[in-house]
Design a binder for this molecule. Structure first.
Ligand SMILES: *Cc1c(COP(=O)(O)O)cnc(C)c1O
Length: 381
């Protein structure tokens, strides 16, 4: 099956008891068993729920993976991967990460004796001096948030495999429509399902996908033991959202390209970060490992004045000033004070995340209206 067909059909079968074409919301905490420990795979809903099972199969299929596990949030999914590690283990990761991942790694897990190396992985060779026998995990995020840097997944997979390390990729920004890290050799794909997979800004959820049965068993054990599972209503909403993932992504990409070009040609804009530009430093890798370039981008205004950036963010009318991304509506965000406020200013600046950077999640509205809104907001900036 091709991608769009999988988005509509994978994992979903008519309900056997009624024929309902949509998977029902199994709003139950437990399942009646005919005899002690004789059940049909469903004993208690922390362990399994049929609405969740359908969604897990759907997301796994979209990532060309065998096994999917869903979580109550993207961070819950990430947390489960880090729990594969033990004190003394080390992680190779990038210096341009989702702020919440950086916060979890430094504020929660460093105190348990896990060491994280935050490196510029746009050049894979930068990781080599830090790889050793304790390196258990490579945690990659590409394209990165918010600077849209692109990491060569295959190059880092090759380095990790030689060392016996696991590779996990946060594929939230790309969505499975644009990029499939398992096909590039990664062991685990992570999604903040909250974003493109759900697509309608009405759910918080996470997911992991793998092809490795042993890893699946370990991850499922941690999930059931620690309990960050999503409820069936949310699973239903995401099953519904996924049916239009390919259609939404097509429009996100179409609009994204138009907006990136519009901004780049605007006299008040200094720099636009978008991997679709042929002169983006990682464009060649992006072209090789992604199907298209998406609707996420960041930019800076000329003059680099915070007050101008703030004025612009206060002047938009169609855009909403909000955290998050990947929904049908266009969002504008100020990483330094919002999504990435948990990264110390000094660290941010070192990695090029300035106080004036503005991030856009381009929605699926008519692109002319999005341009009109940015145009009028730029007048006042
Ligand atoms: C939002 C996001 C997360 C965290 O996901 P939640 O669903 O908010 O917990 C992780 N990584 C990236 C790239 C994100 O955008």
């Amino acid at each position: 099956m091709r991608f769009g067909t999988k988005a509509i059909h994978a994992g979903v079968e008519p309900d056997p008891s009624t024929g309902a074409i949509m998977t029902p919301i199994f709003q139950t905490s437990t399942y009646v068993q005919p005899s002690p420990a004789k059940h049909k795979g469903y004993a208690y809903a922390r362990g399994a729920n049929p609405t969740r099972t359908a969604l897990q199969k759907s997301i796994a299929a979209l990532e060309n993976g065998k096994f999917g596990i869903c979580f109550s949030s993207g961070m819950g999914a990430t947390d489960t991967v880090i729990k594969l590690l033990k004190p003394g283990d080390e992680v190779i990761t990038s210096n341009d990460l989702y702020g919440g991942s950086y916060r979890m790694f430094t504020k929660v897990y460093e105190k348990y004796g896990i060491k994280f190396h935050f490196l510029d992985l746009t050049n894979a060779a930068n990781a080599a001096p830090f790889v050793n026998a304790r390196t258990k995990l490579f945690w990659l995020e590409t394209p990165s948030n918010p600077l849209m840097r692109v990491i060569d997944i295959q190059a880092l997979v090759a380095m990790a495999k030689k060392n016996g390390s696991i590779v996990a990729v946060d594929n939230t920004f790309a969505s499975p429509y644009l990029q499939n890290p398992l096909d590039l050799g990664a062991d685990i794909v992570m999604h903040s399902v909250t974003k493109y997979l759900s697509g309608h800004s009405d759910v918080i959820m996470g997911a992991l996908v793998t092809n490795d049965e042993k890893l699946r068993d370990e991850l499922a054990f941690i999930t059931n033991s620690c309990g960050a599972v999503p409820g069936p209503q949310d699973c239903f909403l995401v099953l519904r959202g996924i049916k239009t993932l390919h259609l939404r992504m097509e429009r996100h990409c179409f609009n994204g390209k138009k907006i990136a070009e519009f901004l780049r040609n605007h006299p008040k804009v200094n720099k636009v970060y978008w991997p679709g530009f042929t002169d983006h430093p990682n464009h060649d890798i992006a072209k090789r490992q992604m199907r298209d370039f998406g609707g996420m981008m960041s930019f800076e205004l000329k003059g680099d004045k915070l007050e101008n950036a703030v004025k612009l963010m206060e002047s938009v009318k169609l855009f909403s000033l909000a955290e998050s991304l990947g929904g049908v509506e266009s969002l504008i965000n100020h990483p330094a004070s919002m999504t990435h406020a948990s990264i110390p200013r000094e660290e941010r600046m070192k990695n090029g995340l300035t106080d004036t950077l503005i991030r856009l999640s381009i929605g699926v509205e008519d692109v002319e209206d999005i341009i009109d809104d940015l145009n009028q907001a730029l007048q006042s900036a």
